[in-house]
Design a protein around this ligand. Sequence first.
Ligand code: 5AD
Ligand code: SF4
Length: 467
Amino acid sequence: MESQGDASSQVDDRKRKVFVKSYGCQMNVYDATRMTDVLAKEGYEETAAMESADLIVLNTCHIREHASEKVFSELGKIRVLKQERAARGVDTKIAVAGCVAQAEGGEILRRQPAVDFVVGPQNYHRLPDLLRRTGNGAGVVDTEFPIEDKFDHLADPSPEKIRTRGLSAFVTVQEGCDKFCTFCVVPYTRGAEVSRPVHQILQEVERLAASGVCEVTLLGQNVNAYHGEGPSGGAWSLARLAERIAQVPGILRIRYTTSHPNDMSDDLLAAHRDIPQFMPFLHLPVQSGSDRILALMNRKHSVADYLRQIERIRTARPDMALSSDFIVGFPGETEKDFEDTLRLIEEVKFASAYFFKYSARPGTPASTMDEHAPEEVKAERLARLKALVDGQRDAFNQAMLGQSVDVLFEKPGRRPGQIGGKTPWLHAVHVDGPQDLIGQIARVRIIEVGVNSLYGHLGDSLTEASH
Ligand code: 5AD
Ligand code: SF4
């Protein structure tokens, strides 16, 4: 651990406030909750107003283009806030967390001295210690990959806290990645693949369920490569973990993201067929439909391999909806490569997808490859991909019209007297119905399909939740 400040603790009886701003993926959303849980033990309560925060945490993402520049520009604004508060005699600490923190480390302190500490994703359990060590204006950096398990040292949220976060929760089961796609920073920022032990995950899910959570999304950069230690030794697969989580009273739905096509094991497909709580929606990034580009990306699968996986998945679960990630303008991508991607999309038919213009990440192999595509080419290809998938998404949504589907109700709806929930395929649904259905699954007949949500009528048969 690199340390540039001496230890000094702040003595302050006033209830202190923390504001966390998260960018990027769902794991960052989850990490933000774990950070605020740890800080709650230190007397910090969460605030949604940055101006009133004694501690401001930027929980950053390194995937997007100009990620670091955006962080520095945000830090410039926060520095002004810190100065204004200091003029009123109030101290403000600024922390940078997440993948930009991991990638840039001490450089952040050099470029923005108003930052008090920089903390990498593997060190959130050390936040109390880091806070104590920042005091005299000298910054602290903690971006090492520790030997201790951070999850053993993070604090559990209180039942009240869990309830305020809603009925659907994220649970990280695996972190890091060993795949080394040539465009991606994740193996460097999140490190090598590590799976959490089964007992730790179960404890977390049981706590969540006891406080009303009925849907869990298991998170990992390479979640279907999960191989955590089982209760009596030996590694458990994601399928086995899900099967056990399905037995936790109150857990009505289980999802997971993000998966790699090469890790769709037979037992995972069997689990999709056999576990009723396993939802039929799979995010399975392919990135490109050209074998030449897939090889340059070091994806370790071909287009035919991907299509074979889709066939296996749809054999196990014919109603499985798929989404994916695509990168346009990868170095050397020709119009022909791009058209191969369009063809793949036409063949698979996705319910949704995310599109990214290739952006060079320093330190990754692709960043030094030749033939970077001009911006206009990337923009044009992205628009064509989006138009194609938007059409597929609209068709997928339209197919819901007249169907009866199970909806898990999660919250009051947009209008008075309405409640809102989700289908197994992640459509938002609104119905006129009683608030006491929140936390339960009920059958809904879809009578209207909008751009962003569906509207329906409650059916007769209700499936009671078990809590
Ligand atoms: N440029 C563009 N997109 C990227 N992604 C990851 N790295 C890059 C990059 N350097 C995209 C991939 C990945 C998603 C989370 O972000 O599509 O699946
Ligand atoms: Fe990045 Fe995913 Fe490739 Fe891992 S599998 S290197 S997280 S894109």
